[in-house]
Write a protein of this length. Structure first.
Length: 356
């Protein structure tokens, strides 16, 4: 492979792109006491948010007062699913717009959060412009809040997702991505970020545990799945280490992996989320495995986190080629119906910082 080709990863032309930005600040007694009731607080705050968002041409905006974590995915129809800990937004950025308050009667949130879903056709090219609009929104919002100098945190989430076996399904057309770091992309497009920006880049892979894989791995009377999970884990570690991928994890306990920078955040898993913590600066972290030997999951979930050494001036193209090579080696160990089963690979890029 030529040097120039190594700088890019060639992904299916049907690759999906998503971006959403959240901002939030604590709902303190001081803040709440400026309103006659909790419901009035939520209503007036959401009306102010929608008014300012319209001025900045932000057309898919959600106020969340349930302390649930937003999760965003592409879908041809727009809807929102709520669990005890998550708000899952499904939408098509090219078509769907919304203003909605997500609240529970009588529930006092720890934090007032706003979720901005990117809209338009070319999200990646317009990501810096979208982020700049949020910065302008915050600049207009802060003087209008009843309490001054509230500590607002910005989290910018971007990901691209595709079926790793797209070619086996006849989707031959590909497009080359350099996958530049978010902060360098923004700098080139004159979107100013503070110096103390936290960044995180990683891949998640979901492999469905369908009938063929069950037949391959399981005996008829299996009740303890620990040995099976250990085997899958060992094969995954072997494949990733062969491609110099050191920050890896496997989750097989029914929970959704939630990746965080362990250098900055305390990690506590919940009923729905398995926290996965890596310090991108650590040279040789131990691989992570979480599974429940008493139950068979529907999906094997894997995480590969990029370290500082994986970031180049050109981007994360080389890192993604390593990931694809490792996954190709790993999936050869299993009886997967590539023409019908989707193995979704998702490359995440996150930045976060405190608003000035």
């Amino acid at each position: 492979m030529s040097v120039s080709r190594q700088k890019k990863v060639y992904l299916p032309s049907a690759t999906r792109k998503n971006q959403y930005i959240t901002i939030g600040f604590p709902l303190t007694d001081e803040y709440l006491n400026t309103y006659s009731s909790l419901e009035t607080c939520y209503d007036e705050f959401s009306k102010l948010v929608y008014q300012l968002a319209e001025k900045q041409e932000l057309y898919n905006v959600h106020v969340v007062t349930t302390d649930k974590l937003p999760m965003v995915r592409f879908h041809s129809e727009a809807y929102c699913l709520s669990s005890n800990e998550q708000l899952r937004f499904f939408y098509n950025p090219a078509h769907h717009e919304a203003n909605r308050l997500h609240s529970t009667p009588g529930f006092r949130a720890r934090k007032l959060r706003i979720v901005f879903l990117a809209t338009g056709d070319d999200l990646r090219s317009n990501a810096a412009s979208f982020h700049t609009k949020i910065q302008h929104f915050i600049a207009e919002l802060k003087p209008l809040l009843p309490v001054k100098d509230v500590p607002i945190k910005i989290r910018d989430h971007q990901h691209i997702s595709y079926d790793f076996f797209a070619k086996a399904k006849g989707l031959k057309e590909t497009y080359g991505y350099k996958l530049r770091a978010v902060d360098s992309r923004y700098q080139r497009r004159h979107c100013e970020l503070p110096e103390n920006v936290s960044t995180l880049n990683y891949v998640t892979i979901n492999i469905p545990v369908d009938r063929r894989i069950k037949k391959q791995l399981l005996a008829n009377d299996t009740v303890d799945f620990g040995a099976i999970y250990q085997t899958v884990y060992d094969k995954f570690i072997q494949a990733t280490q062969s491609k110099q991928l050191k920050r890896v994890a496997m989750v097989a306990n029914g929970k959704l992996p939630l990746v965080r920078n362990s250098k900055y955040e305390q990690l506590t898993s919940t009923d729905e989320f398995q926290m996965i913590g890596f310090d991108p600066h650590a040279q040789s972290p131990e691989p992570i495995g979480h599974w429940d030997s008493n139950k068979l999951v529907d999906v094997f979930r894997f995480v590969i986190v990029a370290g500082k050494s994986d970031e180049t001036d050109e981007g994360y193209g080389r890192f993604m080629n390593q990931v694809e090579d490792a996954l190709r080696m790993f999936t050869q160990e299993f009886d997967i119906d590539k023409e019908h089963v989707d193995v979704i690979l998702r490359f995440h890029q996150h930045i976060s910082y405190k608003a000035q």
